[in-house]
Design a protein around this ligand. Structure first.
Ligand code: GLN
Length: 301
């Protein structure tokens, strides 16, 4: 019979191989409407077995014991039933090839946000210079730590409104051996860096519209609302961020802000209105406008 991996109700306690479990779970996840059923199944089974995902391929015919199956079954229920994101079930997520611990206190880093890291690095060409970098609303620390990793001489400041998020970010900095180059400060928008200027400001602020919350994937309910939603229209943080960025940029400094694709035009307009130049949209790998970039002129006024 094609019972679930616990074989409950099947009467007989049949055995399951790695491959059979993956196939069963992939079908189950697909039927529940998950977007990447096979990948999720592989990640969760590897986690339950204490293996890396790719190691599963060498073990397709191995039998999986009852205790491991029980652990796996629990993960399947949380994923398909409660729609917990895989990152939270695993407690980690890879970003810029670095491993980040994630908890319900932080937004899980998204692959499309790597676009901002790439765009930032392209604008910090001097290997010797001690660039000053601000990551506003760092969450898990993803942007700040990816940049600190690539730019060991940079002085990076990471802020967040949430002290709990900053704890996670600090832990990630230590685990990645990057704590030395990064300063963490709690506070709203630019308040923690009053009077300071930076060569680069990056931010992935909350920009989703609360008014559209019901149309969003159920997984988002497991992430902190204050990291996702920018008020009813999604612009409540973006607007002051663009308005206040200029005074915190050093002459010639760059601002790079993640946005929803349909907010890119407004972001560029606000950047220009605040006195920044070279405003442009940056596309992610799927061709969507994912960030707005702008630059402060070289004049010192
Ligand atoms: N890109 C995220 C999502 O759509 C939202 C991140 C954010 O609000 N900064 O899930």
């Amino acid at each position: 019979m094609s019972g679930p991996p616990n074989a409950q109700g099947g009467g007989t306690d049949r055995t399951w191989t790695v491959l059979e479990l993956l196939q069963w779970t992939t079908d189950h996840f697909a039927a529940k409407g998950l977007e990447s059923p096979r990948l999720d199944a592989e990640l969760l089974l590897a986690h339950a077995l204490g293996l890396r995902r790719l190691d599963l391929y060498l073990r397709y015919e191995d039998l999986v014991g009852a205790a491991e199956r029980a652990r796996y079954r629990e993960l399947i229920g949380q994923r398909a039933g409660e729609r917990m994101p895989v990152s939270l079930l695993l407690g980690e997520k890879e970003f810029w090839s670095l491993r980040f611990r994630v908890t319900p206190d932080v937004l899980t880093p998204r692959p499309e946000s790597e676009t901002l890291v790439e765009a930032a690095l392209a604008r910090l060409p001097d290997a010797e210079r001690e660039y000053t970098i601000l990551d506003l609303g760092t969450g898990s620390g993803a942007l700040a730590l990816a940049l600190a990793h690539e730019k060991p001489r940079a002085r990076v400041t990471a802020t967040d409104l949430s002290g709990a998020a900053l704890e996670v970010a600090r832990g990630n900095a230590e685990a990645l051996d990057l704590a030395q180059g990064v300063r963490f400060i709690e506070g709203s928008l630019f308040e923690p860096v009053a009077g300071e200027q930076f060569d680069l400001i990056v931010s992935n602020p909350p920009y989703l519209a609360q008014s559209r919350a019901s149309a969003l994937p159920p997984e988002l309910a497991h992430e902190p609302a204050e990291a996702l939603f920018g008020g009813e229209d999604g612009l409540a943080i973006l607007r002051p961020l663009f308005a206040q960025a200029r005074e915190h940029l050093a002459p010639g400094g760059w601002l790079i802000v993640e946005v929803d694709p349909d907010q890119a035009k407004a972001g560029m307009d606000w950047a220009v209105a605040s006195g920044l130049g070279e405003a442009a949209a940056i596309k992610d790998l799927s061709g969507q406008s994912r960030a707005v970039v702008a630059r402060r002129g070289m004049e010192r006024a």
